[in-house]
Design a protein around this ligand. Sequence first.
Ligand SMILES: [Zn+2]
Length: 263
Amino acid sequence: MATGFQLGDIPVDVIRKDIKNVHLSVYPPSGAVRVAAPEWMTMDAIRLFAINKLGWIKREQKKLRDQPRETPREYLERESHYVWGRRYLLRVIEKDATPCIELKPRRLDLQIRPGTDIARRDELLASWYRANVKQALPALLAQWEPRLGVRVNRVFVQRMKTKWGSCNPTARNVRLNTELAKKPPECLEYILVHELVHLKHPTHDANFQSLMNRVLPHWRDRRAMLNELSLRDEDGERHKPQKSRASGRQDLRLSDTEMRKRY
Ligand SMILES: [Zn+2]
């Protein structure tokens, strides 16, 4: 059941769940606030909890407001599209033939059947970007696998909403975001190396950091390049809160015992 209250001019949604911890989240893009609370917690206690976190809520909302937004693409003539960090102007060619995409010196030619809608144009471009990432992978893997002394089982390239990449060290699989093909090539290399290093060190612990520093001393610059150009983070869920994604949902969690003590 969803209810809620106002915190000054901030509406707060409250969702009751069969959970142990109270969970406060600020959601992009608008900074909507939601509290997921255990069934037993009183509304007064939830309100008090939220009031105590007001400073944090406002800071997270400000971060979201300050973020540069990528405007959604419409796949229209002369729209800007990025490929490996360079800007190209889209040229839409309507032709009753198999759709295809071709990169020209300053143009990205999108040949589609007449009447192709935005969703389909988007799909075509996404699969083309995906092919670009896949094409860049063999050379990068040939360089980095021996250097790091790791073997990856499979690399999947797919659309991901909130992450640039992820790694499953047990299955030895790496997932990369299709949209890396829009960023400078150093960004793809950085994310791939980051995920490959996870095959050795699954968390972002001191060992992970020191290996990253050794093999890619300027990785922080590359991360800054990615963050500057977009809204995502490498693999946010494993990041410590102070480094956490400026873009994704921001969460605060209090443990059951901590909360019972305080409220
Ligand atoms: Zn990571």
